[in-house]
Write a protein that binds this ligand. Structure first.
Ligand code: F6R
Length: 606
């Protein structure tokens, strides 16, 4: 959470920082700030405010003097409320600092260094700035080295010292920092999308290494002062794709990109009509030898795990648990060297998923991470990585990352079934024939988006809504409900429809909106009868039904027909329909679809 940036080079820094911060707003958007250092005058300038980057832009408009070195921050408040004072950067003496992460022992540090009188904000970050300044006597490395010895927690610290013109220093533990250069200067950011479109390569700054950004070069040093070799990765995302194009919101653009993203994710993994994970380097023994599978993930990524769970049970006849990463290690999970842990994450930085993965590996588990962001912390922590090819996902609500996670999991499980002797050649062929249709079936739904828009218009005044289904439909709806609630603020519950009559049906009254998906042959009749139960209590039911399923002549508020695939693949068209529903409700309510309140895309606090 929180986005940080830094630039030093030939160009005016203010616009560079503001533009990059706008691209990082998905990480937090309750306040923003920049600090610039003028190499000629030696003067540092601080501009910060509660609000969005656009408010900060207004604040910076009057600034006349041009600086070419600066740092910036967009905040998701953790310690200290949303205010101008708590916004970053923080200054103490010669130190100007922005921070992403949480320094857990900041109260102790206040006492230890007797800082109470000099602090203006309630943040942990200002404490770090003060400690840095205590240790700063003209030697930045010494100040950083001494300070980090005292810090407990996660941090990406980006620092300017007012008497060190044109140089930016950075160090991190867990929270990410990436860096790159081009002919005009050097830059760093929390995420590669903010590095500018002209950079061709970037590096993930190693943990506990001091980085110096100079105008023409980037240097890395271990804490003992020895130089550290930088490892650069090609930027293979088209960073210009991170713009909204002609769409009003990233969420719509990202929903529409799904067919291509699915194809790209499958491309290298289907060779000569067979699933081939050799490019991912996942050895068949790992897939063959494990006795149980455990998913650790959060939110939408966890919902992808739930869909995979049905598949694992039906295809692999194996036990698979799907755990909230945040609960995982506190529940004393049974993990050993026969466990295969799947860590699923778009950002690869979700702290709970990272910690759960580390815990499982300590117990001897093997791990495969399903990740979108290359070189991210979870990717580096895992034994093996399967990257999704979703490209940059900017909207806070995850869409294309989810469906590319699904397709990756379908491929992984297909390969597991093959190497375990549970999928012969003919069955593999059939499985893949279905899977490769997923992009087209999603496209069919996307092409009918105006019909879903009409359905959405009926839900604008709803305060509460339910989504009901059984089996795989229930897993699909858990994600559908998360999407609707987070972007539309309609309180939405997904419910296993057979469970309704054990309590929750008491909440169904006249016109309660209920969305039901009916996509599973063996459950269809039971699902339809559960729908009739809520209809009898006045619910207004929108039905999303697989093409070809016969319906008795019940009255529905609306029916959307989902293009048919084999049952286990219906998650693809159904998810597209549910994502569009959430999107249109939010848009028509006039909400900030891409940046729902209180949320941030990358959750780096526990
Ligand atoms: C919801 C959403 C979140 C994320 C969750 C995990 O739309 O995006 O629930 O899925 O925060 O994030 P990652 O996948 O980055 O680990």
């Amino acid at each position: 959470m929180c986005g940080i940036v830094g630039y030093t080079g030939k160009e005016s820094v203010t616009d560079q920082l503001l533009n990059s911060l706008e691209l990082l707003e998905y990480r937090g958007y309750d306040s923003a700030g920049i600090a610039t250092l003028n190499g000629e005058t030696g003067k540092a300038k601080l501009r910060k405010c509660a609000g969005r980057v656009k408010d900060l832009r207004k604040l910076c408009k009057k600034d006349k003097k041009v600086s070419t070195c600066g740092i910036g921050h967009t905040r998701w408040a953790t310690h200290g409320g949303v205010s101008d004072t708590n916004a970053h950067p923080h200054r103490n003496g010669d130190v100007l600092l922005v921070h992403n992460g949480i320094v857990e022992n900041y109260e102790e540090l206040k006492d230890h260094f007797m800082l109470h009188k000099e602090l203006k904000s309630q943040t942990d970050t200002e404490v770090v700035a003060a400690v840095l300044n205590r240790f700063y006597h003209g030697n930045p490395h010494e100040a950083i080295r001494e300070t980090v010895k005292y810090l407990r927690g996660t941090f990406a610290l980006v620092i300017m010292f007012s008497d060190q013109p044109d140089v930016i220093y950075a160090i991190r533990n867990v929270s990410p920092i990436v860096a790159a250069y081009n002919e005009n200067g050097t830059m760093l950011a929390s995420d590669v999308v903010a590095l500018g479109s002209s950079a061709k390569k970037y590096m993930v700054v190693p943990e506990y290494v001091i980085m110096e950004l100079h105008k023409t070069e980037i240097k890395l040093f271990h804490l003992d002062g020895k130089p550290c070799e930088a490892e650069y990765i090609d930027i293979d995302w088209d960073t210009t794709r991170s713009g909204k194009g002609s769409y009003p919101f990233y969420m719509e653009k990202e929903i529409m990109e799904q067919p291509d993203a699915l194809k790209a994710t499958m491309e290298s993994r289907i060779v000569d009509g067979k699933i081939d994970l050799s490019a991912d380097g996942v050895p068949d023994e790992v897939l063959k030898d494990c006795e149980r599978i455990c998913v650790v993930a959060c939110g939408t990524a966890m919902h992808a795990g739930l869909v995979a769970q049905s598949l694992v049970q039906s295809k692999l006849k194996m036990h698979m648990s799907v755990e909230y990463a945040s609960e995982f290690m506190y529940a004393d999970p049974v993990i050993d060297d026969k466990t295969l842990v799947l860590a699923i994450s778009q950002s690869g930085e979700t702290i709970d998923t990272l910690e759960a993965l580390k815990y499982a590996r300590k117990q001897g588990a093997k791990s495969i991470a399903v990740i979108n962001v290359k070189g991210s912390s979870i990717a580096r922590e895992s034994d093996y990585v399967m990257y999704t090819a979703a490209g940059p996902e900017i909207a806070v609500a995850s869409t294309k990352a989810y469906t590319t996670q699904l397709i990756t999991l379908f491929l992984l499980i297909g390969r597991m079934a093959k190497v375990r002797g549970l999928l012969d050649e003919a069955a593999e062929k059939g499985y893949l024939e279905n899977l490769v249709q997923a992009p087209d079936k999603m496209q069919e739904v996307l092409d009918q988006r105006q019909d879903i828009h009409k359905i959405a218009r009926q839900m604008l005044d709803a305060k509460d809504a339910f989504m009901i289904g059984r089996g795989l439909d229930y897993s699909i709806l858990l994600e559908g409900a998360l999407k609707l609630k987070e972007v539309s603020y309609i309180h939405t519950e997904a419910y296993a429809s057979g469970e309704l009559k054990h309590g929750t049906i008491a909440l169904i009254t006249e016109n309660t909106p209920v969305v039901a998906t009916v996509t599973q042959t063996k459950l269809k009749d039971k699902e339809l009868s559960n729908i009739r139960e809520v209809q009898s209590r006045g619910a207004s039911v929108v039905l999303m039904v697989k093409d070809g399923f016969e319906l008795a002549d019940a009255e529905y508020a609306d029916v959307f027909t989902l293009p048919a695939m084999a049952d286990e693949f219906m998650v693809f068209p159904a998810s597209a329909a549910l994502q569009l529903l959430a999107y249109y409700v939010s848009m028509d309510k006039g909400l900030d679809v891409d940046k729902p309140r209180n949320l941030a895309k990358v959750v780096t606090v526990e």
